[in-house]
Design a protein around this ligand. Sequence first.
Ligand SMILES: Nc1ncnc2c1ncn2[C@@H]1O[C@H](COP(=O)(O)OP(=O)(O)OP(=O)(O)O)[C@@H](O)[C@H]1O
Length: 231
Amino acid sequence: MSNAVLELKNVVRRFRSGDETLEILSGTDFSLISGEIVALVAPSGTGKSTLLHLAGLLETPTEGEVVIAGQVIGRKESARTAMRRDEIGFVYQFHHLLGEFTALENVMLPQLVAGVSRGDAKARAVSLLERFGLGHRLDSLPGRMSGGEQQRAAIARALANRPRIILADEPTGNLDSGTSDQVFAELLRIVREEGAAALIATHNAELAARMDRTVTLRGGKIVPYELSPTA
Ligand SMILES: Nc1ncnc2c1ncn2[C@@H]1O[C@H](COP(=O)(O)OP(=O)(O)OP(=O)(O)O)[C@@H](O)[C@H]1O
């Protein structure tokens, strides 16, 4: 039996652009195994965000299947939303926090929506925010926080429901390198502690080297990343 938490099977994604059709993913396969952390390193424009959006059920493939925790994901929006809420934590390049809620509330909200009690949601949110160095920011609105603080709160929010799968699109791309290193180390520690799996797009080769394996996109397919002498 496979212990893959996320599988892409022969996934194709095309976009129409004027009269042209762009094929960004060309029948690719991929498996993310429970407990592993995979870096996705590929040049700009090759389809990293497209891939993460498909894996995160934010978009549907043109052809092929996305399988999460052994379940083939169809097109029904209610099922997709429930799966996204319960199993997936998505960290965007830009944070998307809700501006009218405090950092604490932003991290509590997904838990409340999933039916967690207020007390438990608060305890988890405080603990996550503290781990990301935001213990003094619990009651701050995102607009009063620095870009780095907002991004750290967004990472805490993505982890709030103990998702089995973390998908991150350049999660520390807009942080300075010292902060990025720390935040990244904490993110990896939590993912490992909770036995989750993660697929993390990054341009940073040093960060990628800390993960279990690295893949890239070539010709619309996910392939192992190998340093080539001509690269
Ligand atoms: N909704 C869309 N409609 C048309 N084309 C799109 C759409 N989304 C993405 N594309 C195209 O697909 C290609 C891949 O885009 P994508 O954002 O997945 O790349 P990326 O590898 O994440 O790039 P970057 O590292 O710069 O974020 C680009 O050429 C982009 O223009």
